[in-house]
Write a protein that binds this ligand. Structure first.
Ligand SMILES: [Fe+2]
Ligand SMILES: [Fe+2]
Length: 160
């Protein structure tokens, strides 16, 4: 089976999707569901094409996007920063979905760095971070004024 489908159907992945959904049921700000993961995956792949990052595989990009916020529920429940929680959860899922060590480590690193601003060492980390930001439609969001994203971080116009 293709690796991305192995990730999506992994029992731990499904359990985390369910837990994210439960934790964010009443959340009025951005949520972290499969739609967000797909938005980020597609944007990240477009960025890889536009920036000429040809060494990155589609599967690797989608895997990073699908897993980058998977531990968000742990941040609500235990106060662990979600990039760390997601990285820890992603490790086992990636291993069991057949990702070899080098790719797995690159994906884990991009998850860990996805909230960090500034220069990134790895192309995957850079596009995951940028796609994550671009995916949010602040210009059309009712919660924009109350959102604690820094003003310069918000997408006040359609980004394309
Ligand atoms: Fe995140
Ligand atoms: Fe995200």
């Amino acid at each position: 089976m293709e690796k991305l489908w192995l990730i999506y159907t992994h029992p731990v992945y499904q359990e985390c999707l369910r837990k994210n959904k439960l934790s964010e049921e009443k959340r009025r700000f951005c949520i972290h569901n499969i739609q967000h993961f797909l938005d980020v995956a597609r944007l990240a792949y477009i960025l890889a094409l536009e920036r000429g990052y040809t060494a990155l595989g589609k599967e690797e990009i989608y895997a990073a996007a699908f897993l980058h916020d998977i531990g968000r529920w742990k941040q609500y429940e235990e106060g662990i920063p979600h990039e760390k929680a997601s990285m820890q959860i992603a490790d086992g899922i990636l291993k069991e979905s057949g990702f070899e060590e080098e790719k797995k480590n690159r994906i884990l690193n991009s998850i860990l760095e996805h909230r960090k601003a500034g220069e990134k060492q790895e192309e995957l980390s850079e596009i995951l971070h940028d796609a994550d930001r671009m995916s949010r439609n602040c210009f059309a969001c009712d919660m924009e004024r109350e959102c604690n994203w820094k003003e310069e971080k918000k997408n006040k116009r359609i980004i394309y």
